[in-house]
Design a protein around this ligand. Structure first.
Ligand code: DAK
Length: 261
């Protein structure tokens, strides 16, 4: 891997887009390596994933403009598909994914962060969808995910004006859940990952599935999705242990880690 760093830290992992010279812009190779790294995550051990960018300046400054500049219509479609497939893989990844946005998150970078379950950022972060200023539309799901996250009116304003926004505004409009100093960002993301990883893994995965699939369904159908995933938990050892631990009146007993089964 030239452009991806991956470190498993017990039951969570940190994936770093590592193309600092180009502010971690997404070219085909970065997208392919990102895809391959996701496929290689050991889901029997890893219960939460953090994605961040290398360096102090940028999360991901977009799709690679140099590579895109010479694409034909067919090549553009293929590049768009490559990006969309990997964003969708993150969105539907079985475990939660946290974006630790450590600087520029423009175009494809903003889109990558939006395919994650949770976004937190540093105080120097800048978000935006500048595509219409380059003569294109957002191509890695930006028109769809931004509108779903912050509402159609605000998403349309940001996309049509191609205006970048800073961390405080991203927080105000609900694009990120929290803003941290540059030094505190990754520790905060890792602390959140570790907290998530302590909870019953199958239940957490089922929550992700229920929320994601429910959002694409009407309420009747969404509640059936929830019921089935809720029911599925009762086939797990973790549910039996979690409830038995609560009911056990022995206060001296120490809670054991959930076993992911
Ligand atoms: N692509 C390629 N290289 C980039 C880049 C990018 N998006 N962003 C930055 N770089 C490179 C710069 O070219 C420069 O390289 P060298 O000149 O040193 O070789 C290096 O990173 C440092 O950048 P700057 O010198 O410009 O650094 P500054 O601090 O002065 O400025 C900046 C930082 C982030 C404000 C500026 O670099 C910038 O505006 N970058 C472009 C941001 C942008 O417009 N991003 C959105 C890209 S469009 C689709 C598929 C995908 C997409 C659309 C359609 N389909 C096929 C359907 C997605 C589109 C996008 O993401």
């Amino acid at each position: 891997m030239d452009y991806i760093l991956y470190e498993q830290k017990g039951n969570y992992a940190v994936l770093t887009i590592n193309r600092e010279k180009a502010l971690n812009a997404l070219n085909s190779q970065v997208l392919e390596e990102l895809d391959g790294t996701l496929d290689a995550v050991d889901l029997s051990q890893v219960r939460c994933l953090v994605i961040t960018g290398a360096g102090a300046k940028s999360f991901v400054a977009g799709a690679d403009i140099g590579e895109m500049s010479t694409l034909t219509k067919e090549e553009g479609e293929a590049f768009g598909k490559k990006g969309n497939d990997v964003m969708r893989k993150i969105e539907t990844f079985p475990i939660p994914v946290i974006a630790a946005v450590n600087g520029f998150a423009l175009g494809g970078g903003c889109e990558l962060s939006m395919s994650c379950d949770i976004r937190i950022c540093s105080d120097n972060a800048v978000f935006g969808q500048p595509e219409v200023g380059l003569g294109i539309t957002p191509g890695f799901g930006g028109t769809q995910r931004l509108a779903r996250l912050i509402g159609a009116g605000m998403a349309k304003q940001l996309i049509y004006t191609a205006r970048n926004i800073k961390a405080d505004e991203a927080y105000r409009i609900g694009l990120v859940n929290g803003v941290y100093s540059q030094e505190e960002l990754l520790p905060a993301a890792e602390k959140m990952a570790s907290t998530i990883a302590k909870n019953a893994p199958i239940a957490v995965r089922n929550c992700k599935k229920a929320i994601n699939e429910g959002l694409d369904a009407d309420m009747e159908e969404a509640l059936v999705i929830e019921e089935k995933l809720f029911g599925g938990c009762f086939e797990t050892e973790d549910q039996k242990y979690g409830m038995a631990f609560f009911l056990d009146k022995n206060k001296e007993k120490v809670k054991e880690p959930f076993r992911n089964c």
